[in-house]
Design a protein around this ligand. Structure first.
Ligand code: DGJ
Length: 695
């Protein structure tokens, strides 16, 4: 007996089918099917053959495949009882309903006293589908693996794209070939992590940034995830995402996966990217003051580090305001006796040596200059050299002889005494001072994977937001070590990377745009001489790179030459004029065969305007630039095109190209098919091209 269900959102259809009481399987995920489609016929037609050397039927690859059913791959659920023995889960469907954009499934296992649910929810506005699994058990069990609903991966694909990275090198993409066996990622760092961003792109054959069929997934969890991409001996492929194996340390009667976000596209990787960008901006992040523009940041970290001097900071604040900053963020070094990174984490009181009258005088100067004030914290961390560690050594996670990270350890914030202490400290400072913004850092990985810590972090964020709903929070973890849709439900910005090297930043933000919109992605103009790479980069490249996302600057502004200050001011003013439409725009990555180019376009939702950034990150192998095709435009409209950076073309671009001397008009079709003929450029420079539709 076969039962079927379908889920539609106007962008796509998912069809689920269950045979003989098994948990339903997703038997179709693709373009919208006819309303009259016969789902029973599809289920029958989807059934696979059986040949020699196989079981007499194919164990179902359903939303929670089970070893009990002889499933030949990774099961979707792995439990142990309190004696440490494996629980052989025998779940069978009890109920399922697809209604109003939701698909809810329940299954139970009477032998082991288990019940399992899967929940899907569509979002017609963005095309992103979210789903999660949950489990109840009559007696406490250790959850080793509870996958979010398990989905098949496309068969018309020869590779998948996953994410890795490092400090100052976040969001690195790797294309891995599909082959027999299991690719497992298990992130035990306790953070979504530089090393293991919890996302996956599944391109079908021939897909590029701008065309082809692509599927993508993101697991919205900050505590470290596990991912399985597996091709089984029969050729079927499955994808699983769950909390990292080993991160649930207590026996429980209730458990749940995080939300898994799904998108699919017929417009290449960009179709999935823009769905995630829109979904994050419109459905996940809650903005304290949605109607206000995102402010230009100034952050003092790379200007003064721990060397806080109120006169100097006041001078810097005045220059920053003059350059266009609207929010001044006081970074690490203001509390305890924090003169370097060896001490004081945990002692969240203002350092009276540096600020004899508290933070009030600095905040007054900042606000009198028309800027808001933000403050850095690293709440979950402690240095052994701190009042806190001396008073509460038992609040620290992990063994006493652990290897430290940046001379610091992690507080066990799942203990209510610890999270209450932290809440009171932050709440006290937020109540005493006019603070509109927190930069929330997290510089040490956990001593071992611990999902309870990640849940406690979200609870602490929620509690602070309830008490101070007007305060915005930035998620930072040595740069981009804690970025995911889970933490972004409670925060409004991510510090994407500690690399302010514009060449590195271009690449990082380009790949991060597969998930992140400009509105949440911090990007700062760094010092001329980059502190993390040693490169010296021109101010035009530095400023235009930051202007691609949530703009800010973080060098000592006293180092700027008048020419550099002029460029910074000009780009900052451009960004302010454009930010309203930019924050609603889609970021589309542009195709090209020249590996020395990183190019993207940001297109208004109604395609009425765009800005394209074409960066020459190194020297091309051919002499002349190849035409740069654009994307996402209205093919039937005419656009007036202008090269904003024409003044920075070098003398070696010897011809009076049209774009260098004038604007011109071309159709969206021509721009997307022929492409723009840009001036020859030095490496480490950038072209910025604006376009407006002529109505
Ligand atoms: C790491 C962050 O990523 C930096 O931006 C800065 O805030 C330092 N921590 C401060 O210690």
């Amino acid at each position: 007996m076969t039962k079927t269900w379908r889920l539609d959102d106007g962008h796509q259809t998912l069809v689920f089918a269950s045979d003989n009481g098994y948990i339903p399987a997703c038997i179709y995920w693709g373009q919208t099917l006819l309303p009259t489609e016969n789902l029973e016929a599809l289920a029958a037609a989807t059934r696979l053959d059986v040949t020699g050397g196989m079981l007499d039927d194919n164990p179902p690859l359903n939303l929670c495949p089970l070893s009990y059913d002889s499933f030949p791959g990774q099961p979707g659920l792995q439990l142990r009882n309190q004696n440490g023995q494996p629980v052989i889960c025998q779940l069978r469907l009890t109920d399922a309903e697809a209604i109003d954009g939701h698909f809810n499934v329940s299954a139970s296992d009477e032998t082991n006293g288990l019940s399992w649910q899967a929940h899907f929810e569509v979002c017609p506005d963005t095309g992103v589908i979210s789903c999660h699994s949950s489990l109840s058990s009559l007696s406490p069990v250790f959850v080793e693996w509870l996958s979010a609903p398990v989905l098949p991966a496309p068969q018309q694909a020869d590779e998948f794209i996953e994410f890795s990275g490092r400090w100052c090198g976040e969001f690195q993409t790797s294309r891995l070939p599909w082959s027999a066996g299991r690719r497992v990622r298990n992130n035990t760092t306790g953070r979504s992590g530089h090393e293991h961003f919890p996302g996956l792109y599944l391109p079908c054959l021939g897909a590029s940034n701008t065309c082809g069929e692509v599927y993508a997934m993101h697991y919205g969890w900050s505590g470290g995830h596990g991912m399985v991409a597996e091709e089984m001996p029969d050729g079927r492929r499955q994808i699983q995402f769950a909390h990292a194996a080993g991160s649930e340390t207590e026996a429980v009667t209730e458990a749940s996966s995080a939300r898994l976000y799904l998108s699919r596209s017929d417009l290449g990787l960009n179709g999935c990217a823009l769905a995630f960008q829109r979904h994050l901006r419109e459905q996940i992040v809650s903005w304290p003051a949605a109607s206000l523009p995102r402010p230009v940041h100034y952050n003092c970290w790379e200007a003064v580090y721990f060397d806080h001097n109120i006169e100097e900071l006041t001078e810097i604040a005045a220059i920053a305001a003059e350059l266009g900053a609207e929010r001044f963020v006081l970074d690490d070094g203001w509390f305890g006796r924090r003169d370097d990174d060896t001490s004081s984490l945990g002692d969240w009181q203002v350092d009276a040596r540096k600020y004899p009258q508290g933070l009030g005088p600095l905040i007054d100067s900042v606000t009198s200059l028309g800027m808001g004030f933000g403050l850095w914290f690293e709440p979950e961390m402690v240095n052994l050299d701190s009042e806190l560690a001396r008073a509460h050594p038992d609040w620290i996670l992990g063994p006493a002889d652990q290897i430290e990270g940046r001379q610091q350890r992690v507080l066990d914030i799942s203990k209510s005494a610890v999270s209450n202490y932290l809440f009171e400290k932050l709440h006290g400072l937020l109540s005493e001072y006019d603070i509109g913004y927190i930069k929330w850092d997290h510089n040490r990985v956990l001593p071992s994977a611990d999902a309870a810590q990640a849940r406690a972090h979200i609870q602490l964020l929620k509690r602070l937001r309830d008490a101070h709903p007007q305060v915005e929070i930035e998620s930072c973890a040595s740069g981009g070590g804690r970025i995911d849709f889970g933490v972004l439900q409670q925060t409004q910005r991510v510090w994407l990377s500690d690399s302010n090297d514009a060449l590195e930043r271009l690449r990082i933000q380009h790949d991060a745009a597969l998930f992140l919109p400009a509105a949440v992605t911090g990007s700062h103009v760094g010092p001329r001489h980059c502190h993390t790479s040693g490169r010296v980069l021109d101010i035009n490249l530095r400023a235009w790179t930051a202007a691609q996302r949530h703009f800010g600057f973080e060098m000592d502004p006293r180092e700027l030459t008048s020419e550099e200050a002029g460029v910074l001011k000009k780009v900052c003013a451009w960004w302010k004029q454009n930010r309203d439409w930019l924050f609603d725009a889609d970021i589309l990555r542009l195709d090209g065969v020249d590996k020395s180019i990183i190019a993207e376009i940001q297109v208004a939702r109604d395609a009425s305007r765009f800005v394209a950034f074409v960066a020459q990150v190194s020297t091309s192998s051919q002499i002349l630039p190849r035409p740069q095709r654009l994307s996402g435009l209205d093919p039937d409209a005419s656009y007036e095109i202008e090269l904003l950076t024409r003044e920075s073309s070098p003398r070696l671009s010897r011809r009076d190209l049209l774009l260098k001397s004038d604007s011109f008009t071309a159709s969206g079709s021509w721009l997307m098919q022929a492409g723009l003929n840009l001036p020859w450029a030095f490496p480490a420079t950038i072209h910025v091209i604006e376009g407006r539709r002529l109505d």
